[in-house]
Ligand binder design. Structure first.
Ligand code: TRP
Length: 345
């Protein structure tokens, strides 16, 4: 509790809420794994934390993406955030490229970061190993992510397993900056929610549900129609045997049970009891109906938001403005500590 306590000698310390920050890349659709596995948890944090939810379009251009698609996906992701229950009145919802400070701080942090450490990042190594042409943006990606986090002095950063190494780098860079100059940044912690499902691909339950999976039949998008959702669920891979139970050797059934549990709020044992002796067909139909029913109100809200783009752009503008204030404060502090000459006003 150092950075989040405003203190002066004369006043009693006024504790403010801790900061939670997380971001998603607008590089494709918004899927059930994003919704059930991530955003539902963030939604619960909005009253307890000062929340920042970013749409990181600058990260999205580290891989080739069509400009029109990026522009559309960015707006759509903001709409999915809000439709899923993130509230602009409570949380700071912002678009990364609208805020001055992310790339500026990334530059400063990058100057403290050994290239070797970036070359050791698993995601970077995977890309190099696949012989893809690798731009400098891919190498520097984790530094920009560290800047996203440190610019708001985040305490808690909800991320998936695949992002832990990047968060570790953000912690290292915060410590290094604090040592090199003077204590400035809070050292962020990964945030592991107590509840929340890890949603796997319906086509290959060994893999996380993902927008970049080659086999898109395993990814349930919130933008899919009810008919498409039902079809994908009915053709989900199941396992040998016919038992409907959550077990390591039944990854397909286990994943569907987790989805059903998350959508109905019922515990696994009660679902297992209900489907004891029933077939996979009945079970999958129940999962499909639960998913369709759960997404209905989110999809409706999304459609309303997208039907009034001017209003949505206004909402983004308000979020950006509040976010920018914090970003400027951090950036000014960093520039001063680094020794950049103050600009005359
Ligand atoms: N790298 C993250 C991902 O692909 C997205 C991201 C960018 C992020 N900046 C962040 C996540 C800051 C959390 C905090 O999933």
């Amino acid at each position: 509790m150092s950075a989040d306590v405003k203190s002066s000698d004369s006043e009693a310390a006024v504790p403010t809420r801790k900061v939670l920050l997380t971001c998603v890349q607008p590089s494709g659709g918004f899927h059930l794994g994003n919704y059930l596995g991530a955003v539902l948890n963030w939604r619960r944090m909005q009253d307890d934390y000062e929340c920042y939810f970013g749409v990181v379009d600058m990260h999205a251009i580290t891989q080739p993406i069509e400009p029109a698609k990026l522009r559309a996906s960015t707006l759509e992701l903001v709409a999915w955030y809000i439709a899923s229950g993130l509230e602009p009145a409570k949380a700071h919802i912002f678009v990364q490229s609208h805020i001055i400070g992310h790339t500026e701080l990334a530059w400063v942090l990058g100057c403290l970061c050994p290239v070797g450490q970036l070359e050791r990042m698993t995601q970077y190594k995977d890309k190099v190993a696949r012989h893809e042409s690798v731009g400098a943006g891919i190498l520097n990606y984790p530094v920009l992510m560290a800047a996203d986090i440190l610019l708001y002095n985040a305490h808690a950063v909800p991320v998936g397993e695949d992002q832990k190494q990047h968060l570790e780098l953000a912690r290292d860079l915060a410590e290094k900056f604090n040592r090199t100059y003077s204590p400035t940044f809070n050292v962020p912690e990964p945030f592991i929610p107590k509840t929340g499902a890890r949603i796997m691909s319906l086509a290959d339950p060994a893999k996380k549900m993902s927008k970049s999976d080659e086999d898109q039949s395993g990814t349930l998008y919130l933008g899919d129609t009810s008919a498409v959702l039902r079809k994908k669920i009915m053709s989900a891979v199941t396992d040998s045997g016919s038992e409907i139970t959550a077990r390591a050797d039944k990854p397909g059934v286990t994943n569907l049970l987790h989805i059903l549990s998350a959508c109905t709020g019922r515990a696994l044992p009660s679902l297992e009891a209900e489907f004891a002796g029933k077939g996979y067909g009945d079970f999958k139909s129940a999962v499909a109906e639960a998913v369709v029913a759960t997404l209905e109100s989110v999809q409706k809200k999304y459609a309303e938001l997208m039907a009034n783009k001017d209003h949505l752009l206004d909402v983004i503008k308000t979020g950006d403005e509040a976010t920018q204030k914090t970003a400027y404060k951090t950036l000014a502090k960093v520039y001063r500590k680094v020794g950049f000459l103050e600009r005359s006003r």
